[in-house]
Design a protein. Structure first.
Length: 486
């Protein structure tokens, strides 16, 4: 090819990439993508174009595609430190943590002055449960970029993972810069209700409100008792699915609909209908911040059986009844942005439990994930799993099902927090990497007793985990010969 033509192509490729970077800076990902793609089309050996395209895929959490582009770029330029950085980020997004760590380790000498690299490396270390090393990386990253909210957030969660509750929660307050703020925040700000920061609550009114997931509220609602003991009048704002349960636990009428559905755009936005008394509240506080301002430490977390329920009338003599096991195989669908945090176990992985004599499986699955049960029904296997959930409206209904069960086996979801809070025996299929709160690794301590965790060997692979659980159920509830004899 003519040298002048090559030079012209090179100039065009550079201009297209530069323009794409401008679009990327304005968060116009589509505009950036088209320019980077056009540059790559002109020259499919352009490493910078491949690097930029991989950045677009990282921004849209299409990690597998980003990984492939990085591998192609490294074939052309094996020592490119920025492509290696993108590759490590893609691998981390795919939850290939050890692979990401290896790439980061080999790239450290080239990138040790890059704050984003140190952050990414720290996050990989944290997910690999190398928490102290992770904190060192986060500290180095913050030395270079002290105002990074994302690094502070990840460092806060890592501090929580090493049981530094107060330090972790203090730093994690930064979450409100990026975390979804429900309309409750708008309400308290419009009514000039300050956030509680540990002030004396005797004779005061305080509005406690839901944040993040159902499981978080079910786990954290135990601390409301601490406020009542102080003599506070407590209003509790939770999603409608939790209203009846929370009202029953605390036996008062000051439980308010958080209006989460409207917040998420599923319903028309309507005016919040809080009681007039709430307008005169002295304070408000999101659920997780309660732990901070109550000065909670590991040894001061209240007993787990705080979700009270009436004793079951079902016979407990195992010689005359089956072992009733409730199962939940999918956590909540949090949308595209949090899809990688979702836990879904193939439903047929639970079927070996039915090979144990005198076991009965009861579905505890609501919402997304029930399609797996429908698929089982199409196969004519519906009698294998009882499904009372079609009649369930909220968590109180679910609790009324759980109270008659002998055991709950579930992914890390709201169901384990509900059953754990009721004091029921729980076996949790633990994700890899695990959430900061499961300090016991194999137990639910200090949150729940009679709670066992079986963590998967690697992200996405539940087969061995389920085999271990089936074996545990046989050994714990039945004779060693698995004949069904108790």
């Amino acid at each position: 090819m003519d040298k002048s033509l090559i030079s012209e192509y090179s100039t065009q490729v550079m201009l297209l990439n530069n323009k794409g970077v401008e679009f990327l800076g304005k968060r116009d990902l589509l505009g950036a993508f088209h320019h980077f793609l056009a540059a790559y089309t002109l020259d499919n050996t352009s490493v910078i174009s491949l690097q930029n395209l991989s950045a677009i895929y990282l921004n849209t959490e299409r990690f597998s595609a980003a990984r492939l582009l990085c591998l192609k770029a490294l074939e052309l330029e094996p020592d490119n430190k920025f492509v290696k950085f993108n590759l490590a980020t893609a691998l981390l997004g795919m939850r290939l943590v050890k692979e990401s760590l290896e790439v980061n380790k080999n790239n450290t000498s080239e990138m040790e002055t890059e704050a984003s690299f140190l952050h990414n490396y720290g996050l990989a270390l944290s997910l690999n449960e190398q928490f102290n090393e992770a904190l060192e990386m986060f500290n180095k990253s913050l030395e270079l970029n002290p105002n990074s909210a994302s690094v502070h957030s990840d460092r806060g969660l890592t501090r929580l993972a090493v049981k530094d509750i107060q330090g972790g929660l203090e730093e994690y307050e930064i979450r409100w810069g990026s975390l979804f703020r429900g309309r409750t925040w708008e309400y308290v700000e419009n009514n000039n209700i300050p956030q509680w920061k540990g002030e004396n609550l005797a004779g005061k009114k305080i509005l406690i409100h839901h944040e993040q997931g159902f499981g978080d509220t079910l786990m954290l609602m135990r601390f409301i008792t601490n406020l009542l003991v102080q003599g506070a009048k407590v209003f509790i704002a939770v999603p409608v699915a939790l209203v009846r349960l929370v009202a029953k636990v605390y036996e008062h009428d000051n439980v308010i609909v958080f209006d989460w559905e409207s917040d998420q755009g599923n319903d028309p936005v309507k005016e919040l209908t809080y009681p007039s008394e709430v307008k005169g509240a002295d304070y408000h506080c999101p659920m997780l911040s309660l732990m901070r301002w109550l000065g909670v430490e590991v040894g001061t977390i209240p007993d787990n059986s705080y979700i009270k329920y009436e004793s079951s009338t079902r016979k407990t003599d195992k010689s005359n009844s089956k072992l009733k096991i409730g199962i939940c195989w999918a956590s909540g669908d949090h949308g595209i942005a949090l899809a990688r945090r979702r836990r879904i176990v193939p439903l047929d992985y639970f079927f070996p439990l039915l090979e144990i004599p005198e076991v009965e499986l009861i579905s505890l699955q609501l919402g997304s994930g029930r399609e797996l049960l429908e698929a089982v029904s199409i196969q004519g296997l519906s009698p294998l799993i009882k499904d009372p959930m079609s009649m369930v409206a909220d968590f109180l209904d679910t609790a009324n099902i759980i109270k008659d069960l002998d055991l709950v086996i579930s992914v890390d979801s709201a169901v384990v927090h509900l059953a754990g809070g009721m004091g029921k025996p729980v076996i949790m299929l633990g994700p890899n990497p695990r959430c900061w709160r499961w300090w016991g690794k194999t137990t639910g301590e200090p949150w729940y007793k009679n709670f066992k965790i079986f963590q998967q060997d690697q992200s996405g692979d539940w087969r061995n985990t389920m085999i271990e659980i089936v074996s545990h159920v046989k050994e714990t509830y039945f004779a060693k010969d698995y004949s069904g004899a108790k």
